[in-house]
Write a protein that binds this ligand. Structure first.
Ligand code: GLP
Length: 240
């Protein structure tokens, strides 16, 4: 496990963006999974900036989204897919036919999960970018989710619904379900980049990295990954 702690939020964004850039410079046809949430917004901004500044070619890479709210279309500005495409994938010039997302509008969600798994089988992930929920979730793998699942549909934990209430305007407006790449598949990626910033993540980061490996804290499974990098700001790392 490689741990990088940056003094400021700005340095955190730059360090994380550089990590992604290094991957693409070393292997232009990389397959990368992107995560939504507030943590990655500044990282995506920096990636777009690095791309503009250094003319890095991201056009050969393939991008997957880690999760999505069930019932939100990719054209809905609140969807994970919309935000990731507009924050980062479009600005860095990832080709639209190189962008994959789970079909969270499908009538048959199980089928949508299988389809996504087949795509992920076809394009093994080089770098998985993850945030962490305040309850330890990665993607939408909420506490209690078995480690052996591939892409699946879950009910959001009440803690997650509360955390996302601000973004959606009210608790009642947060979708009840999510579709997410499962932990088994996350663990198959060649490299994992876990990102955390802010004091609000410090306790769960301590439990995830130093506590027992348990489904109660889904991110704790990452301790078992052979190529895990964690980038944090000082506030998120303060209890380590
Ligand atoms: N499912 C997403 C995760 O992919 C994200 O990493 C996490 C942290 O979100 P935030 O960065 O807003 O704290 O929660 C969300 O619900």
């Amino acid at each position: 496990m490689r741990i990088i702690v940056e003094d400021t939020e700005e340095q955190f964004h730059i360090a994380a963006a550089l990590e992604v850039t290094k991957q693409v410079v070393a292997k232009p046809e990389s397959v990368i999974t992107f995560a939504g949430g507030e943590t990655t917004v500044g990282v995506h901004r920096e990636l777009a900036q690095l791309c503009r500044q250094w003319r890095i070619d991201f056009s050969k890479m393939k991008a997957f989204t880690l999760d999505e709210y069930v019932g939100l279309s990719p054209d809905d500005p609140r969807s994970v897919s919309y935000r990731i495409r507009h924050q980062v994938l479009n600005p860095i010039g990832v080709q639209s036919d190189h962008i994959y997302m789970p079909d969270s509008m499908a009538e048959d969600l199980q089928q949508a999960c299988s389809t996504y798994d087949r795509l992920l089988d076809e394009y093994p992930v080089d770098l998985e970018i993850l945030g962490i929920g305040s309850n330890g979730h990665i993607g939408f793998n909420e506490p209690g989710t078995p480690f052996h699942l591939d892409t699946h549909v879950i009910h959001l934990a009440s803690r997650t619904t509360q955390d996302k209430a601000g973004f959606f305007g009210a608790v009642g407006s947060v979708p009840e379900q999510g579709i997410t790449v499962g932990i088994r598949r996350i663990m198959r990626s060649k490299q994992i980049l876990l990102l955390a910033k802010g004091k609000g993540k410090s306790e769960i980061i301590r439990r995830a990295l130093l506590g027992p490996i348990t489904t109660d804290v889904p991110a704790s499974v990452l301790q078992l990954h052979p190529s895990l990098t964690i980038i944090m700001d000082k506030a998120a790392a303060e209890l380590l």
